[in-house]
Design a protein around this ligand. Structure first.
Ligand SMILES: [Zn+2]
Length: 268
């Protein structure tokens, strides 16, 4: 097929849009929790879309590549945030001045959700060595667990300031990986490798995760949506088994087991 340059460009743009909005059709039955959410794109798509432009080295779409150690070892105590004598896990943070007060409120609300259900407490940094620096960088991403020193948690103003995404990235910073990379995931989901760009296949590799004796959780906020990284428009990269109709990739907020795992991991 021969096309004029402008037609090719248009096609490229359209393809780009398909890639960027692969889950519109399944995003949900009007379950948007917040009025400002403009469409029904699910959280995974939103994160991946927001991250298309980033020049950070990202794993699985939104995990910062560890510079000093393998992320799989992150379940050792050294990658966790420490519990203070008052029984709370105090996590110091700073917030970039690039955020407006309204945007700060959104982030604050995301953090408060951890306060109300776990022993995690986010506190403004005084002079602590280890802390989370919340910044408006080119995407939604975080390091895995506590890395030591300043660690960036990026929430791009345009694409990441949604309650579910904020919680998802914070959960990474607490040490949690994506649900579908769990060591036992093959019993619960099928990865459709034929629908995944081979260069992106590493995003679906299993990890040696500590599952804390908790069940596989389709409703986890850490679970990818079913067409994440799919190169076949509308086709699943992840299919729940045996029931393919189970919903995955929700973005409303932490599930029962998401909360339970934080409490288990940190001994809340
Ligand atoms: Zn993630």
């Amino acid at each position: 097929m021969k096309m004029t340059p402008s037609a090719s460009l248009l096609l490229l743009l359209l393809l780009g849009l398909c890639q960027a909005h692969p889950l519109q059709e399944e995003g949900g039955q009007g379950e948007e929790e917040e009025e400002e959410v403009p469409d029904t794109m699910d959280m995974t798509s939103r994160i991946l879309t927001s991250n298309n432009a980033t020049d950070e080295m990202l794993l699985e779409g939104d995990l910062l590549a560890p510079k000093t150690r393998n992320a799989m070892t992150c379940w050792s105590q050294s990658c966790l945030w420490r519990k203070a004598s008052n029984g709370y896990v105090m996590i110091p943070f700073t917030m970039s001045g690039a955020f407006t007060s309204w945007e700060r409120q959104k982030i604050d609300r995301g953090m408060k959700a951890f306060h109300s259900s776990t022993c995690i407490r986010f506190v403004p940094r005084q002079n602590e060595y280890d802390y989370i620096s919340v910044e408006n960088r080119g995407g939604c991403f975080s390091a895995l667990g506590r890395t030591g020193g300043r660690q960036v948690l990026s929430l791009n103003k345009q694409g990441c300031l949604y309650h579910g995404i904020i919680q998802h990235e914070i959960n990474h910073a607490l040490g949690f990986q994506h649900e579908q990379t769990r060591s036992d995931r093959d019993y619960y989901v099928r990865i459709n490798w034929q629908n995944i760009d081979p260069n992106m296949a590493y995003n679906f590799y299993k990890k040696n995760t500590n599952n804390l004796n908790t069940p596989y959780d389709y409703s986890s906020i850490m679970h990818y949506g079913r067409t994440a990284f799919s190169i076949q428009h509308g086709r699943d990269s992840i299919t729940p088994i045996p029931n393919a109709n189970v919903q995955i990739g929700q973005r409303q907020g932490m599930s029962y087991w998401d909360i339970m795992r934080i409490n288990l991991l940190y001994g809340c």
